[in-house]
Design a protein around this ligand. Structure first.
Ligand code: IVH
Length: 679
């Protein structure tokens, strides 16, 4: 092995310091000082050096945030100090009772009980252990005494320091806090899951907890968890819970000094009135925060008083959670409609008398599925309780049976698909009711929208209305038919002029240059979101390889579990799907990333074989690269300069000397539109 000289060791240290500082400024202070590009450059330099000198890799190196291999399972860990949960107060009276009781118990103390108010972040509690300043263990709360060791996942959370910012760190430091997802990230995750046909997370808390228990830390890293620290222990040999300061307030400040993100919206209160004011203020204001809070945690500030008060069986006596009432409201169910999704799943939706909830007007709420309706015993005309928390979708949580009108009619899931009229099925062991008609217009329309969406084939200009027309006029019966559409056909649709029609045809043609990973995602296979599609196509470089793979081989892809693997395997085994792939291949879509497109020509139409093109000026819809790829896909060659050997010059706006030369040489000129007709 090559020995690293001192200079290299020094550089590695320097790079780590710079990256650590940049991460801290970006993720904890929210005040970046260097650009992403510079960060990436420094990161790559460090990565290269560590690859050359692997013995110099340390667990706190910024390169160690994502693990190499996914875990097969998590180990249980005993918490040295149990993680208690909190007693709740649901109104200010209950808060007062708690405060009076704690004051009575602490009556002999000379300390004046001040209170720290912290926002109660709706996430998942984590216990972090640092030895000699280095993060060595991260664990979930579990049942409070035993949790799961998820160190590799915890390391992906960029606001958690891998190394404490202390000159002389104590031998052991235990930090606790809440891992959470911002509302934005939560919505993005759910959007991706929806597109992949996966069940949505009900709220950011479930999404955070689910993410922390992912076996593949690469997926965890993509989910962008965040963390607020709120508890600090610095155990001494003779006292596990020895405390580094006198108060909780000072502990929060100390945590901040150590490099943690501590919620800035905390307040030190000297009496219950101030505590109540804080709770009232945040009841409204919390809706403006980028993350979910469901209450306020009130902690007695002096640690000596905390010690004196101690714990009940379940809770500390020195802290309580004031819970905001859930945003629920009664309203009447006017009717129930049934939506059919891209996967054929039927979702019943309650149409409501509009109500105001969590700051927005709600007129529809999901009833999830047939089992849920049965459980609720829902009748049309019922008065129900609708809840909207941080959830994006409001839901019906309860029926008020005593208010049921006499003529209320029980709602039954339809036996036939509301979109195509075919008999629906209730798969064994599943709560979902499904339409399995291959040509159901709702399924077709959903698949077309998905195919054209931004993360898939990114075809601009094809929205809900157009898709509906294309499907009902039977111009398109599958995504492959999009590639046969002509300007004339499109012009036969409502409010479609020649210009828009041409634009759409061009946008469809341009999508043929999209890579194999996007094509796979666009196919809309269950559980295959854009991330999974990327992972799968990294291993299976062509569709042939994927079709030949067994479910076990697909499961061998880093980050792909058995359920996903099975879904992909089943999909490619259906003759109808293989037929679709064949048609898309013939249309010129990319099903191979192993070779350069130039080498790929054999399996694609070769209408431009032997022809040489030059492109000049700005084309109306295609980017230069897209046009180039299209020509190459059809067997043509694209060169930079015009000569006698040039067959065609494609001319866009503001074409310059190349146009002139072409005219001089008498070479055929093409507009973008004319070029596209050649394919
Ligand atoms: S203190 C013994 N502080 O709420 C101290 N907990 O319902 C217990 N939580 O399990 C925790 N924000 O996951 C504390 N600022 C905060 C909190 C907080 C959220 C969570 C935590 C705990 C749960 C109790």
């Amino acid at each position: 092995m090559v020995e690293a000289n001192l200079e290299i060791q020094q550089r590695i240290k320097e790079l780590r310091g710079l990256l650590q500082k940049a991460s801290y400024e970006y993720y904890v202070l929210d005040a970046p000082t260097i650009s992403d590009a510079v960060y990436d450059q420094l990161y790559r330099e460090l990565q290269d050096l560590e690859q050359q000198y692997p013995t110099l890799i340390t667990p706190d190196s910024p390169t160690q945030r994502v693990g190499e291999k996914p875990a097969t399972q998590f180990q249980s860990v005993q918490h040295n100090i149990s993680l208690y949960s909190l007693d709740n107060a649901f109104n200010f009276n209950e808060l007062k009772t708690w405060q009076e009781r704690s004051q009575k118990i602490a009556v002999n103390s000379s300390e004046i009980p001040t209170y720290v108010c912290e926002l109660k972040i709706d996430g998942s509690a984590l216990a972090l252990t640092y030895e000699n300043g280095i993060l060595v263990r991260g664990a979930t709360r579990g049942d409070g005494m035993t949790g799961e060791e998820i160190t590799q996942n915890v390391k992906t959370i960029r606001s958690i320091p891998l190394k404490l910012a202390l000159e002389n760190p104590p031998p052991v430091v235990e930090v606790r806090g809440e891992a959470f997802l911002s509302l934005n990230t939560f919505e993005k995750i759910n959007q991706d899951r929806k597109k992949a046909g996966d069940a949505l997370f009900a709220n950011p808390r479930n999404a955070a907890a689910g993410t922390l228990r992912q076996l593949d830390s690469k997926i965890v890293a993509q989910r962008k968890l965040d963390f607020f620290a709120y508890t600090l222990y610095i155990p001494q040999p003779d006292n596990l819970e020895a405390i580094p300061s006198q108060t909780q307030w000072e502990n929060l400040e100390l945590l901040q000094t150590m490099g943690f993100k501590v919620n800035p919206n905390r307040q030190l209160c000297s009496n219950l009135e101030e505590v109540i004011k804080y709770c009232e203020y945040w009841d409204q204001e919390r809706h403006n925060l980028p993350y979910m809070t469901d209450g306020v945690v009130i902690k007695i500030n002096p640690l000596s008083l905390q010690k004196q008060l101690g714990f009940t069986q379940k809770f500390p006596r020195w802290a309580i959670a004031y819970k905001y009432p859930a945003e629920e409201s009664p309203t009447e169910v006017k009717s129930v409609t049934v939506q059919v999704g891209r996967t054929g799943a039927l979702t019943p939706v309650a149409e409501l008398n509009p109500i105001l909830l969590a700051g927005t007007t709600v007129q529809r709420a999901t009833l999830h599925n047939r089992d849920r309706i049965k459980e609720l015993d829902l009748h049309i005309g019922d008065t129900v309780i609708v809840r909207k928390a941080g959830e994006i979708i409001p839901e019906v949580v309860k029926v008020l049976l005593e208010l049921r009108p006499k003529d209320a009619k029980r709602f039954e899931m339809p036996s036939h698909c509301p979109e195509c009229g075919q008999l629906v099925v209730q798969p064994m062991g599943e709560a979902v009711t499904r339409c399995i008609n291959e040509s159901c217009p709702a399924i077709l329309q959903g698949s077309l929208i998905h195919w054209c969406s931004r993360d898939a084939l990114d075809i601009n200009g094809i929205g809900d209305k157009l898709v509906q027309q294309l499907a009902t006029k039977k111009l398109v019966n599958s995504v492959a038919d999009l590639y046969q559409l002509t300007v004339e056909q499109l012009m036969s649709l409502d409010r479609m002029g020649e210009k828009s029609a041409t634009k759409i045809v061009n946008a469809i043609a341009a999508s043929k240059t999209q890579p194999w990973s996007r094509v796979l995602y666009g196919l809309g296979i269950r559980h295959v979101g854009s991330v999974n599609a990327e992972l799968i196509t990294q291993k299976f470089k062509s569709v042939e390889q994927l079709i030949q793979a067994s479910a076990t081989e697909i499961e061998g892809v880093y980050g792909i579990g058995p359920e996903i693997a099975d879904s992909v395997y089943q999909w490619f085994n259906l003759p109808a799907n293989q037929n679709l792939i064949e048609r898309l291949k013939n249309a010129g879509l990319q099903f191979d990333s192993s070779q350069k497109i130039e080498d790929n020509q054999t399996r694609q139409s070769q209408s431009l074989a032997g022809k040489t093109f030059v492109i000049t000026g700005t084309l109306p819809t295609l980017k230069r690269d897209e046009a180039k790829k299209l020509i190459q896909n059809a067997g043509g060659k694209v060169t930079d300069s015009v000569s006698k050997k040039t067959d065609y010059v494609v001319v866009g706006e503001e074409a310059g000397s190349k146009l002139k030369k072409a005219q001089d040489l008498g070479i055929t000129l093409l507009s973008e539109e004319q070029l596209l007709t050649l394919f």
